[in-house]
Design a protein around this ligand. Structure first.
Ligand SMILES: [Zn+2]
Ligand SMILES: [Zn+2]
Ligand SMILES: [Zn+2]
Ligand SMILES: [Zn+2]
Length: 267
């Protein structure tokens, strides 16, 4: 959402916003015409009003301008993500959702580790198989749709739509006579649906053996980096994933929000 507030006034000094003025046929309630003269004082006052991000109740501490740039709302990482188990309906930030899944749906997922291949058996009428990473608990979904030519499979990740892709994946389908392989990037979805197919997927033709044995590997695009931190009296080396686009502030934030971080933000 992005709208710019402009306040204008009539010759009596009554204030109207530029969105409402045309609705009033550019005529103030006092019957004088509304001019296009800006009322800077009101504009500045409105700009200084800040409200909490709509995701504040889920942990976001960012303040956004009441009228100015609302870009944060599209980028907020505290948006709700939905549990992929049909009928569960649980919604939370992706991190809380991971914990929920580990506790409530313990046997509904296949566990894996980043960078290590694993085999998934897929029946042609399986629609979704949840994959959960052992260490960080991230949820991925192996989607399977029956299309005219056979089965269309791809992988997505449960997370904020706005975040850029952090993972790549390979799917390898093998029969006795041929091998099919897809290498792609994992897109985030906040809510899992079968409705729309992405442009990148692997089509496994009809007539392949049942159940399909898929060899899958999901990897981090960004490598692990070692960040050294000067602590009083010693230097501590901490492994952290850092992207090229990360700023110092971002990296600091990642460091302090790491699972089990015992440090407070005073470095
Ligand atoms: Zn208005
Ligand atoms: Zn007026
Ligand atoms: Zn936010
Ligand atoms: Zn659930």
């Amino acid at each position: 959402m992005n709208f710019i507030f402009v306040s204008i006034q009539c010759d009596n000094g009554h204030i109207v916003c530029s969105t409402c003025s045309p609705k009033l046929r550019n005529k103030c309630w006092c019957s004088l015409p509304i001019s296009s003269k800006h009322c800077k004082a009101i504009e500045n006052l409105m700009l200084s009003i800040e409200i909490s991000c709509p995701n504040a109740e889920h942990g976001c501490r960012v303040k956004i301008s009441y009228i100015g740039n609302r870009k944060h709302e599209d980028e907020c990482i505290y948006v709700l993500c939905y549990c992929p188990i049909l009928g569960c309906g649980f919604a939370a930030t992706s991190e809380v959702l991971s914990n929920h899944f580990s506790r409530k749906h313990r046997n509904s997922q296949i566990k894996f580790n980043y960078g290590h291949s694993f085999i998934v058996s897929l029946k042609s009428n399986d629609q979704a198989i949840v994959l959960q990473e052992e260490n960080d608990g991230k949820l991925f979904i192996l989607n399977n749709s029956t299309i005219l030519l056979g089965n269309a499979v791809y992988i997505c990740c449960i997370g904020p739509n706005s975040s850029e892709s952090e993972y790549s994946y390979d799917i390898l389908a093998r029969s006795q006579t041929c091998k099919l392989k897809l290498q792609s990037f994992v897109k985030n979805v906040q809510q899992f649906t079968l409705a729309t197919l992405p442009s990148e997927l692997l089509v496994i033709p009809v007539g392949s053996s049942e159940p399909l044995k898929l060899e899958i590997c999901i990897s981090y695009i960004t490598p692990m980096m070692e960040i050294s931190i000067n602590m009083p009296g010693k230097i501590k080396i901490i492994p952290l994933r850092v992207k090229i686009s990360d700023t110092i502030v971002n990296v600091k934030k990642k460091f302090f929000t790491r699972k089990g971080s015992q440090y407070t933000n005073n470095v």
